[in-house]
Design a binder for this molecule. Sequence first.
Ligand SMILES: [Zn+2]
Length: 348
Amino acid sequence: MEISSNQQIDFIAYTQRLLVEGEFNATYKYALLHALADICIETPLMDDPKHQLKIPLSTIVEKFIAIYWQHALPFNSVENNMNTLLHQNVGKQSVIITELSRCHNLNIKNINKLKQSDNWNAIYKSTLRVIKEGPLWRLQLLAKKEDCFLYAHNKGASFITLNAGIAYCFRRFYELVTQVSRNAWIGKIQSIPANQQIIGKQSQLDPFLFGINRQAITKAKPVLEEIQKGKCFYCQKSLTTKTEVDHFIPFAKYSNDLGHNFVVAHSSCNNNKRDYLAAFEHRDRWFEQNIINHQKSIDDELNSYFNCDAKRSEAVTSWAYQVALKNKAQFWLAKGHFESAEHESTLS
Ligand SMILES: [Zn+2]
């Protein structure tokens, strides 16, 4: 059973309506939309496009905390010489930001450390409360009317179930949905009066809210250099001083740092690859290297800094290649060389 083109267009149209007709006092609804999209691609491939994905609220809670973690750091405006939290709510600061900021102040370095700390239970509970009281049953209020296109409102349950075809559409249009929700999210933060003084005119919000954590990524470099025995992942020649950690599935396509998604490469190879997916032979080598042969050492070495979940990384990689094949994308092979989907008949 395929999802018809009409259904796919309805999904895009609904997403657009949601962003225009929904009411957004806080940024929670953008986070929910983003979270649902993330969860759909992080879940292993479903054979049936009409599969009605069941998502436990606990999964949404964890996703929310991960999304807001970086947002709860003080924003540093060079222009205004201020270093303070951005408001994510028109009135009082949002509960999640306040609580996560408290954890940053306790010097908790990342989500994994947070999960292991005494603070986790309280944060989990208050985030769950926020989600249930706010975005979960309000996201689908369009022009004040309930329109449950994405999932039914079953308020007593500990999960939501996406309607037939919705998970498929989130996978197919992941980049579009996350891009528009981020843009709207940034617009919302800029429009909150209390933020305008903090942000000033020239500050870039995108890298602060959704950017790469470069400091953490440096931790991955020595680990991968060892795994790759000093060779560039792509061209297989010896690494030089100009070496970078590359997101195998490009950060522009999926902007969460997963421990198993890193490889190390010449800066020149990395820059040439840009936001393309790598060719299939690279994908197979990535799988062999990071999932089959070195899954555990990556877990052990990087778990304190990144989400190390090989299953999730595998799911995201299959998703990325599946959608790229559908879209007839070009795949990067080497400097200036690309291949198209015809090279690949089977897809794992
Ligand atoms: Zn290279």
